[in-house]
Ligand binder design. Sequence first.
Ligand code: 5FU
Length: 250
Amino acid sequence: SKKPRLKYEEKKELQEHPVAKKLLSIAIEKKSNLIASLDVTQTSEILDLAKKIGDYVVAIKLHTDILTDFSVDYINELKSIAQEKNFLLFEDRKFGDIGNTQQLQFEQGVYKISDWADLITSHVIAGENSLNVFSENIGVVTIAEMSSKGTLTDVTYKQKAIQISEKNSKVIGCVAQSSLPDSLLLFTPGVNLDSKGDSKGQQFNTPEKVFREYYTDFIIVGRGIYKSANPVEEAQKYREEGWRSYEATL
Ligand code: 5FU
């Protein structure tokens, strides 16, 4: 039989990065392991959803480059909601270039991600030095394994991505669809209670399955929440289901 997983309290002891500690503290305090991915295209929709579901999540994941009306005012308002409701801002930029280009994408352009993100995602396709450009105070989450059908992130790729991630003090964890070493936090997207997938390659699992089989730490839910008729009720449901499933593995 499988050995029990580490509790969030135990993982917090293992983590040295302040953002990892903060994320785990929020999880413990809110009894939540839910990250809502608000993949909507207007800033007013994000702000509205963030106010309504902010109490139930540890972080809100963003794809800032899909917004049609980005502004610095929007970011400032989102930051103040995040502070009030105690959640982190997670930009799912999935950097995937040489370090020099990633640095420009991280610090420059319209979005100036380095000014406001608590967490960012990055591929490691360009090798370990490409991660050197991210700042110390931002938690880097590497993409070790994707959720989509036919992804190229096979076992060998995943192992190499984990090796790079374990060596780098800026990396707090990985996006993956299977277990990780205890020193890395596991973030699992492709989670939905009502659907098995979409016509564009996404594959969904239930929260129960990803906790039981992968010992994930955080579930990432997009359409299951923001596309539903009642996002508040769904956020509460995924929070409860995620927490219950986590406790069942202890
Ligand atoms: F790295 C990954 C991955 O492997 N699968 C994903 O689905 C990231 N994602 C993101 O999680 C994706 O870009 C969406 O923002 C989100 C899943 O949204 P869904 O609506 O729950 O499918």
